[in-house]
Design a protein around this ligand. Structure first.
Ligand code: FAD
Ligand code: NAI
Length: 507
């Protein structure tokens, strides 16, 4: 009995303590304190973008050192790894975004957050021009500001290879509105197939979903689509559910080339069980209103009827990036993006422009992991630069004072010489280390409550796939989410789907 009483009390204390801590942390996130104002004496760091690279930098940067301005057409951070879950209604769109101000309002000094699209960067004049391209505009909607340091983190856009019909007929999977659009289009196909009198061939076409690109985006999306079919469509559209077909098209000989061979095979066999067709060595040549044109492995051309095409065929640089690179033609010759040195300084503008994430051309894959490590690294480098700048200023004051003969006694002169020497030594020691990436592993969800993971271990690699990896995938992403608010929203959405299923209404 005593033992039970003890357990009861311990449980109560844990629950009350946990709830109290949760409430305290939530309130702390929600109620930012006062901030220092902009300081005209400090240098200005302008950050372009509010994605993985920029947000990680903003989280880490010490605003005691700088005035910081963030410019992005989206006033939020998007947690891209969970975007495919939004596309099928597992997660609500707002659960995976974090308003940028929720981060910047917690910094020591005011950070200016501007919702605008940068339209020009002038590395010679050190200026950025930006425009408010939202629906509502004030009397001023374009302006130019100067920077001391520019953190260029605008990411990339969808690569269409100028394949006919892609822009017009396919749905992308890059931004939040893409996922919302896909969910609407998918449900439209289902409802149209359910229209009375629809003939069999048309039902088959409408319910054929083609995903282009066997990279992680295409694979995760196919897996999520399958879950939606199995868990929800079966129940609410029993007459249609068996007729839905998912085809994943990949130009290369296999899907997921970045994963180990056994995980590729595991994904292929899971997809086979889930009745997701994988067409490898098959290239999409055109997307039409009601079909997709494929070049098959034997080079023959086939036109396949379908209701929806989701395009997940990779990235390319933005126009803004290409224009910026064109201003430094001698140094910026890499077609994949901005060439940087090993300190992430843009070649040709090393003194003032840093480029991080998907817009840069490095030896790393364009992933969130790389972008966020680069952002955090850069924040640390900027702190070192600020410290060095401060010491250089102090040195210059002392040297000027010495030259002006301010110090009269021999003792004073000796002390000052010592101090100057000490400062010079300390300045010489401030040498930021080059960026070095620490790979934490690669994870992907493949549907049917299974995930795959390639995790570094000692000097090798552990490859795992299955339900346990899926639980690991969920907990890894839950802990990677940037705030308690997002973690709570995502966990609640998962619970809601477990209890009530996904919403099949079409907005
Ligand atoms: P982004 O995060 O794309 O941010 C770019 C920012 O720049 C955005 O805020 C954008 O609004 C802003 N911007 C655009 N144009 C302008 C402009 N003209 N002026 C100012 N700002 C501008 N990687 C992983 O490591 N793991 C994953 O599980 C994973 N899953 C993914 C799932 C999906 C569906 C997708 C699409 C990608 C996924 N990635 C994943 C890749 C990852 O999202 C990118 O590598 C990462 O977003 C790159 O970060 P970034 O900061 O360079 O760019
Ligand atoms: P990707 O570039 O990795 O894959 C695109 C695929 O589309 C390629 O395999 C390419 O061969 C194929 N393709 C291109 N054109 C085609 C055509 N016309 N017909 C058929 N196939 C065609 O792009 P993805 O998946 O969007 O990933 C982008 C980046 O984001 C990658 O670096 C990836 O590692 C990262 N990412 C990581 C995730 C994870 O770790 N779980 C999830 C999603 C993305």
């Amino acid at each position: 009995r005593k033992f039970l009483q003890f357990v009861g009390r311990a449980t109560l204390i844990t629950v009350v303590g946990g709830a109290g801590t949760f409430y305290y942390l939530a309130q702390k996130e929600r109620n930012p304190g006062p901030q220092l104002p902009f300081d005209p004496e400090k240098k200005t760091v302008v950050v372009l973008g509010s994605g993985w690279g920029a947000t990680s930098l903003l989280k880490t940067i010490d605003t005691a050192d700088y005035n910081v301005v963030v410019i992005s057409p989206k006033n939020y951070f998007l947690f891209t790894p969970l975007l495919p879950s939004v596309a099928v209604g597992t997660l609500a769109p707002r659960s995976i975004i974090q308003p940028t101000r929720y981060i910047t309002r917690h910094k020591a000094r005011t950070v200016s957050v501007i919702e605008a699209e940068a339209t020009d960067v002038d590395p010679a004049a050190k200026t950025v021009t930006f425009t408010d391209d939202s629906e509502i505009k004030g009397t001023t909607s374009t302006t130019t500001i100067g920077y001391d340091y520019l953190v260029y983190a605008v990411g990339a856009e969808v690569q269409t290879f100028n394949i006919p019909g892609v822009q017009k007929h396919a749905v992308f999977m890059k931004e939040l509105h893409d996922a919302e659009r896909m969910q609407r289009a998918f449900m439209d196909c289902v409802e149209t197939a359910a229209f009375p009198g629809q003939d069999t061939a048309e039902i088959e076409r409408l319910l054929h979903m083609v995903v282009v690109g066997g990279g992680p985006t295409g694979v995760e999306l196919s897996g999520e689509l399958h879950d939606f079919l199995k868990d929800d469509l079966m129940a609410w559209y029993p007459e249609l559910a068996g007729k839905v077909k998912i085809t994943l098209v990949e130009a290369l000989p296999s899907v997921l080339p970045m994963f180990s061979k056994q995980l590729i095979e595991y994904t292929e066999s899971t997809f086979k069980e889930s009745k997701i067709d994988i067409l490898t060595k098959t290239m999409v040549k055109e997307v039409k209103d009601r079909s997709v044109v494929l070049q098959m492995p034997d080079k023959s051309i086939q036109e396949v009827p379908c209701g929806l095409v989701v395009w997940a065929a990779g990235n390319k640089g933005r126009n803004l990036t290409q224009n910026l690179m064109a201003k430094l033609p001698a140094e910026q010759t890499n077609r994949r993006g901005i060439a940087v040195d090993d300190h992430l300084r843009m070649k040709g503008a090393e003194d003032s422009v840093f480029a991080i994430g998907d817009c840069s051309a490095t030896s790393y894959a364009p992933t969130a992991q790389v972008a966020s490590q680069q952002g955090a690294y850069l924040a640390r480098v900027l702190a070192q630069i600020a410290r060095k700048d401060g010491m250089e200023k102090q040195l210059s004051h002392l040297e000027q004072a010495k030259q002006a003969g301010v110090f009269e006694s021999e003792e004073q002169k000796q002390n000052i010489d010592k101090e100057i020497e000490g400062l010079k030594n300390r300045i010489a020691k401030v040498k930021p280390r080059p960026f070095s990436y620490s790979h934490q592993g690669t994870l992907a969800y493949i549907g049917s409550e299974k995930a795959i993971a390639d995790l570094p271990f000692m000097n090798g690699n552990i490859a795992s796939g299955g339900v346990a990896t899926y639980l690991f995938w969920r907990s890894a992403y839950l802990s990677t989410l940037f705030s308690l608010r997002n973690r709570t929203l995502v966990a609640t959405d998962w619970l809601k789907v477990k209890l009530f299923g996904r919403d099949v209404s079409r907005e």
